[in-house]
Structures are given as C-alpha cells and as structure tokens.
Design a protein around this ligand. Sequence first.
Ligand code: 4AD
Ligand code: MG
Length: 430
Amino acid sequence: MHVYIEDIGTHEGDEVTIKGWLHNRRSSGKIHFLILRDGTGFIQAVMSKAAVGDEAFTAAGHLSQETAVIVTGTARADTRAPSGYEIDVKTLEIVGASHDYPITPKEHGVDFLLDRRHLWIRSERQQAILRVRHEIINAVRDFFNARGFILADTPIFTPAACEGTTTLFPAQYFEDTTAYLTQSGQLYNEANAMALGKVYCFGPTFRAEKSKTRRHLTEFWMVEPEVAYADLDDVMALAEAMVVSVVGRVLDRRQRELKVLERNTSALENVQSPFPRITYDDAVQRLQAQGLPIQWGGDFGGPDETAIAQMFDRPVMVHRYPSAIKAFYMKPDPDRPELALGVDVLAPEGYGEIIGGGERLADLALLLQRIKDHDLPQDAFEWYLDLRRYGSVPHGGFGMGIERAVAWICGLEHVRETIPYPRMLYRLYP
Ligand code: 4AD
Ligand code: MG
C-alpha cells in the first residue's frame, strides 16, 4: 500500500510502499542504509543482501543521490531513527535515474545554490522553510476568514504608482500603453472595503528599488486587510491579533520544521498581546540615547529598526511618523498635522519592519492636495478620489510581507530562502 512518510506511524508492522527519491546512501558489507524522501518526510530504509538477493543488492549499491525509487518493505518502529520508524526493504524499483546530482551533502556557496534553486528546494532545510511558509499563509487566511473578511483580489497591472513613483516596474501594455506592476493592492482594497466592509487581498507585489539587503525582494507576496470605519488604533489591534495568531499556529503545528531549522522557539513563545506601542518621537529619542545618528524627520534604516526592536522581547509598533517620509494616502494626525497616522510593526531579533499600514486620508480636498504635492497624475487617481466623493468614511488597513514574516519566524538570515524562486536585483534565474 502506498504510504506517505509523514503517515508511517499509523502503519507499524505493515507492508508499505514509499514512492520518492534517494536522498543519501551508506553501505556496510551486507547492508545498505538508504535515506528516502517523498516530500512529506525522510525515512531510513534498510536493505540486506539476505532479504533481497545478490543481484538487487549489488544494483542498489550503485544508486546515486536523487534517483527516483519505489521501495516496498515492512515499517518497523525504531527509537533511534529521526522519524521514529525504519523500513526493512523487500523490493526496490528505479523510476528515474539521477547521475552526478550537483548539490551534495558538502557545503556549497549561496550563489551556487541559488543558480540551482529548482533543485535546492529538495533539501531538508529548504523543505522545512517552505512548509512553514505554507502554514503562515494558511494561518493568515484563516485569521481573516474567521473574522468575516472577504477576500477581494486586486489587479497586478495598474495604471499608476501606489507607494512611490521611483520603484515601479513598467510593462508594455499592447501598442501604446505602459502599465506598471503593482506595488500594493491597497488603493483598490480601499474601494473594496467601501463595497464589502472588511476585505483583504493577498497577492504578489513588485518593487523596483535597487536595494540589495537581506530584507528586500523585487517580487514578494503581501497580505493586506482594509476595514471601513477603522481608525489607527483599530488597525494596530488587528495587526497585533493577526501576528499573535500566526506565530501561535506555527508553534502549534510546525515543531518538526522549526527543529530542522534549529529555531529558538522560546523567542516565538514571547509573541503575545499586548505589543508595546511607541511613537516615532519616542523611538527617535531612544535611538539618540543609544548614540545612533538619527535626526527627527529621518526615516529609520535597518540598524535603527534593529536597535528599536532589541529594546523589546516581542514585536513593537511604532506609530505617528512624519508625513514627509510616508506615502501620500496617510491621514495626518489632527493634533499634529506634520505627523501621519501610520504604523510599522517591527519584528524582534533584528528582523525589522514586517508590517506597514495606518489610517487613510478620507478628506477629498486634502487628498487632492497630496496628489499634487507628490507629482502624481490626477487622471489616474480619479477613481480613487471618487471614494472620497461618494460616502467617504474613516478607514484603514495594513500590509504584511510574507517573506519578511517567514524569515523572522524561521530565524533566517536572508529573505531569499523564504520563497521558492526569489527575485532580486541580480537574480531572475531560474
Ligand atoms: O510598508 P509597505 O511599503 O506598505 C504598503 O505597501 C502599504 N500599501 C500596505 C497597506 O497599508 N495596505 O509594505 C508593506 C510590507 C512591509 O512591511 C514589508 O513586510 C513588505 O511589505 N515589503 C517587502 N518585502 C520584501 N521585499 C520588499 N522589497 C518589500 N517592501 C515591502
Ligand atoms: Mg513600510
């Protein structure tokens, strides 16, 4: 009977068939130890000459890494085995040969591995990361679905900028039009929220900034909730609840993967409500007190975010940034109009900003002024301005970059390992 390795525990003593690949092989005299993988896990299959005969035994001695094989044998509990089980092999069938597999158990440089990303994802560590990514994405969807949010997709081809004009990827759109790959679904999300109340979009977004840091991709996935009648405090409460829920779910269901990744889980267990909330003013003062060169009015760089995050044992929310360093659509603080009612959530352990959001500018006249100040083409925004013409209400939301969240929760050095095929300044292959 075909059994997936992750289900082997319910088949102790049975004859089972594993369909997968040979991950590694050791041989000692009359026994081959074959490490098999099938995408759901790894298991050791023990093949003895006595059980399979000379011919099959000799053939198996030539099998090389990543040969596709179907192995049938008896599942046996073994407390020393990492999966808790082993298989005593009766037959082995070769489905697809593999010769000179380029990624061997020895250390390889990261460029070598990225050039072979389509194969690298077969490794135990990369599989663990992609499984955690899957869990995070599902946890996010479940969180919003359970709260009555409607998933409403936003377009990827767009006529204009959302986050800023300097970071757009143009695309030739038939003969005489230029479209741009979206930087965020937010503006359409705002329209969707006016229609449906509570919505989220979840799709790929693109940034053409020439950043070469461990936190930047040119193509990344973002989940963006948007809520009608929400103010900044509502947005912060929603972001906090989502992060707590997502981290809790990964701790609940992905212990095996976190162990493969050697993740310190006690740092994740700290991720509980309430998260500290500090103002931008306060953050600048704290940074200056530590001797960092930041001046009021400046945006935080990676080292600033890391320093702020290190002051706390859980994510920290920094709110009310100077409007001048934030996007055109942010609502000014009525008490101090030079500040924007925006919030960034900074992850602990030096992972930096994982969420950006806030309350939107709902006033038509002020929004028109902002579009002019930012040199944005008013034509392209007429539909967005309509939201302020026909029943404008306070509203807000946020965006969380999935890859930043995965890097933090998995404890990775760089976002390039958080997505199957990373797109970066110098990488478009494979
Ligand atoms: O802070 P950002 O630019 O905010 C927005 O796009 C808003 N329109 C979202 C909203 O309010 N609906 O991006 C949001 C998040 C960041 O906090 C970060 O996690 C991620 O998206 N992000 C990136 N992730 C990887 N590579 C990049 N180049 C990223 N840029 C932003
Ligand atoms: Mg941001």
